[in-house]
Design a protein around this ligand. Structure first.
Ligand code: ANZ
Ligand code: ZN
Length: 833
């Protein structure tokens, strides 16, 4: 039992740890599987347990969603709010390379510390469901999903050009290369050929796009998904190459271009091939060779620059299928090999980039569209653009075609600290395969939505590890360094590599590549639903109850790839019948970044990093929480301010003193106080649901101000109510005050297990509008005023700012007559002017 605390001083450090412990002991935050209650699945992105600990940015996401979780529990919902660790990754491995300490050990230590942080912040996670992606019982299912992908032809191995970071000694996915440099360390990456596993995400491109209509993602987040998929609908047009040298002997050589504007076909004055285009490789002209070698060394950004477009004339020509004209063929690096077909038709009259190029190289510019209608275009002249395009396709000048920015997902990493890819290669079976198939089995299809133009597929003799042998556990090793050849360090461990072929029982070799960081996070929200299941990834009944995730919040940096990858895996699992929904997340939001007090990005080198642990030690966790909510609009970047943190802390102190004090008073709550409270209850509810955490805190402060001045109007009922609605935001102080002032002294019932207050505004909570009159004549209206004296004050202040009122009153002596909720009349003293 808790001793009544009459201490006038607010000392959060004395009770916060006690309550955190008590809540855990009582299990008040546990989600119940399959209850009749309305379910809510709230998800925040699980962190990487780094040596730098959790920062104030993590706290922003966690604390705000925690307030929603706590409120919804009070509103009678069965809330799943879980937590875990995305623990594979390079930092632990790099640390191991340097110090020899096994990543398992550093990971465990980092988790222990971060968990203490999270508990001290009073987050209401259900710890029974804690997961860790590096736990073999977890990654067993990550590997299982990979095997299913392989069995359905969605995982394949191919020789591809990879981005090699010579400093990290790792192959990076295209999306991990920023302006030609490694995303992690900034070193310039090199292009090399290597055999890699890929996942055929492109097969899902259309569904990843169209299903966005079925979910509620913040608009800019949905837009990022759309842009990354980058679907372009247009046409493929073939231009026959004119044979001018006798080297090319075939007469069906042609260049296929991709265009979104086939209607401009009569405006084509040249063609351009990307420097990487296969046809270019056949040209031996030294000028061309020289240009290509220069172009290949440029970064993508340099190539996409607006001005100074370089190129070289091949002196070859092709025939425009629309009018039989000869057009010159150029090579230029503003055309990208990985867009469309790597070849374009140049229409400088209607495309800015082409115009820039044409000016630079004195190429003809021809107008063929004017105000949406075709000109100079043979029989198409006079038609609208859209119609003309369709006609041209009907007439066989081109074929409908679409292209995507999305590429198949490079899924191999040559690193130790990741999930082993559960595949086995048998050379004997490969031999048999080769004589059996004329082409490699599982050759990717080339159709619309197929992003793999990535070279030889090597599928001979590959077998998945039988499911009953999963997980393939990471072996202990001594050297964590990736090898100079680019092979994974696992390749050195003979006992790991050697195995038996699941097909013929002969000697075979294991895959030594591991999965990328993205793997474990692509399905973790499913495992929370049934974290200890050893028969399946999760129980179908439980999945049916909990899915989809109702609200997912995380950083803006994960709204492209992580979201896309996890949606892809989820859709695949849906197709397998493993999950009951085709989309994982019903709603996705993101929180803004917190900048240092100097308004710059927090970084160790700038010394402007705020450590949340210090904030808790000095002000208490409730102050940290409340400040994280108060700091600014949730989705916007804001600056850390100690002053405003202290303001929030002062607010909590005042709450403490007022309530400790109010024990002495026994008053009836006034109607005005009740109305204010009713409005406040609704506002907190609405604001938390619409992510306006900052205005929720502001409203609580405003109420406190009024209360301080009207202490004789606030009775015990409202004090208790105030604590209840503050509880989701500041769980510790409210629990302490509730238990010591109101709680059941014989049986512990947490304030967090109470119901959310139900209270109605007397006049139904409708917007009230006050009619403003001057000497009885209606001159205006003021909406939604507060009640009581404050009401009169604020209404007359607003009224006196209205032009139509001002002009009758200005300079005159008046008095006001106020009928609360109805009318405010200004009475002019006659005789005054
Ligand atoms: C002729 C044309 C005329 C085009 C016109 C556009 C406007 P957007 O415009 O971004 O939707 N394109 C195709 N493949 C390319 C490649 N490999 N590298 C660089 N550019 C390429 O993208 C479609 C247009 O991008 C295509 O349509 C093509 O130029 C260009 F008035 O063809 B268009
Ligand atoms: Zn075999």
């Amino acid at each position: 039992m808790i001793v009544y605390n009459s201490d006038m001083e607010y000392k959060p450090g004395e009770f916060e740890p006690r309550w955190a412990h008590k809540w855990e002991e009582e299990g008040i935050n546990k989600a119940v599987d399959k209850s009749d209650l309305q379910k809510t699945y709230l998800l925040i992105e699980f962190p990487y347990p780094s040596g730098d600990r959790l920062h104030v940015g993590h706290a922003r996401s966690y604390c705000c969603l925690d307030a929603v979780a706590r409120k919804r529990r009070m509103q009678g919902q069965n809330v799943l709010f879980p937590f875990g660790w995305d623990a594979f990754g390079l930092p632990a491995e790099n640390f191991a390379v340097k110090t020899g300490v096994h990543p398992k050990i550093t990971t465990r230590q980092n988790i222990e510390h971060a968990k203490k942080q999270v508990i001290s912040w009073g987050l209401s996670f259900d710890w029974d469901r804690e997961i860790n992606t590096t736990d073999p019982e977890y990654y067993r299912w990550t590997q299982w999903i990979f095997v299913q992908l392989f069995n359905r032809g969605l995982a394949y191995k191919a020789e591809i050009t990879v981005n090699w970071c010579p400093s990290c000694r790792i192959n990076l996915a295209n999306e991990e290369v920023v302006d030609g440099c490694c995303e992690r360390c900034g070193t310039k990456t090199e292009r090399r050929k290597q055999s890699q596993w890929l996942l055929r995400i492109t097969a899902y491109a259309d569904r990843l796009l169209s299903d966005l209509k079925t979910v509620n993602f913040r608009e800019d987040i949905a837009r990022q998904q759309i842009n990354w998929i980058g679907k372009k609908e247009g046409a493929a047009v073939k231009f026959k190459i004119q044979i001018t040298n006798n080297k090319s002997n075939s007469n069906d050589n042609y260049i296929e271009v991709f265009t979104t504007r086939i209607d401009t076909l009569f405006g084509v004055t040249y063609l351009v091939l990307a420097p990487e285009h296969p046809l270019v490789q056949e040209i031996t002209n030294p000028k061309v060779k020289d240009y290509i070698s220069k172009a290949l060394n440029k970064s993508e950004r340099e190539r996409k620059q607006k001005t100074g477009k370089t190129g070289v004339d091949t002196e070859l020509t092709a025939i425009n299928p629309a009018n039989g004209e000869k057009v010159p063929i150029w090579i230029a690096d503003y055309v990208m090999m990985d867009v469309g077909t790597g070849a374009i038709m140049g229409v400088p009259g209607h495309d800015e980039r082409d115009m820039e190029f044409a000016k630079e190289h004195n190429l003809e510019v021809r107008q063929v569209v004017e105000e949406g209608k075709l000109i100079n275009s043979g029989k198409y002249t006079g038609m609208g653009s859209g119609e003309a395009g369709e006609r041209m396709i009907k007439d066989g000048l081109g074929e409908k075609s679409c292209h995507y920015h999305l590429r198949d997902w490079v899924f191999s990493r040559q690193h130790y600290w990741g999930e082993p890819i559960p595949m086995i290669n048998c050379s004997k079976c490969a031999e048999n395969h080769r004589s059996f198939f004329t082409t490699s089995p599982l050759t990717p299809l080339h159709n619309c939505g197929e992003g793999n133009e990535r070279g030889e597929v090597e599928m001979y003799g590959w077998f998945p590890v039988p499911e009953d042998q999963l997980p393939v556990e990471l072996p202990e090793i001594e050297k964590y360094q990736p090898t100079q050849t680019g092979e994974s360090p696992l390749a050195h461990i003979e006992s790991f590599v050697q195995t038996t072929c699941p097909n013929c029982g002969g000697l075979a070799r294991r895959e030594t590549d591991t999965m990328p960081n993205w793997a474990g996070s692509s399905w973790y929200f499913l495992r929370y639903i049934d974290p200890h299941n050893d028969k399946a990834l999760a129980d179908p009944e439980k999945l049916k109850y909990w899915l989809p995730v109702d609200w997912y919040n995380g950083g803006m940096e994960h709204t492209t790839l992580h979201l896309l990858y996890s949606r892809f895996w989820h859709k695949f699992l849906f197709d397998l019948g493993v999950v009951p929904t085709s989309e994982p997340y019903a709603k996705r939001t993101s929180h803004g970044m917190i900048l240092g007090p100097d308004s710059r990005k927090m970084s160790k080198s700038r010394g402007n990093v705020i450590n949340p642990d210090e904030v808790v030690a000095k002000f208490g966790a409730d102050s940290l929480r409340l400040y994280e909510m108060f700091i600014g609009p949730f989705d916007q970047t804001t600056t850390w301010s100690w002053e405003s943190l202290e303001g929030v802390h002062r607010f909590l102190k005042r709450v403490w003193v007022l309530i400790v004090d109010s024990g002495k008073l026994i008053v009836e709550s006034s109607g005005e106080a009740k109305n204010r409270m009713a409005r406040l209850v609704n506002k907190i509810d609405r604001d938390l649901e619409s992510m306006k955490f900052n205005t929720a805190v502001a409203a609580l402060m405003e109420f406190l101000n009024w209360w301080t001045e009207h202490q004789l109007e606030v009775g015990k009922d409202l004090v208790e109510m105030f604590l209840r609605i503050l509880a989701p935001l500041a769980p510790f102080i409210t629990e302490e005050l509730y238990q010591t002032r109101f709680g059941n002294k014989t049986k512990y019932i947490s304030i967090h297990s109470l119901e959310w207050p139900k209270i109605k505004v007397e006049n139904g909570g409708e917007k009230t509008s006050i009619v403003i009159t001057v000497d009885g004549k209606v001159r205006g209206k003021v909406e939604d005023p507060p009640g009581g004296e404050a009401g009169q004050e604020s209404v007359s202040k607003k009224a006196l700012e209205m032009e139509n009122v001002k002009k009758y009153i200005e300079g005159k002596v008046y008095k006001t007559v106020y009928v609360p909720g109805k009318i405010l009349n200004f009475v002019i003293a006659h005789g005054s002017k």
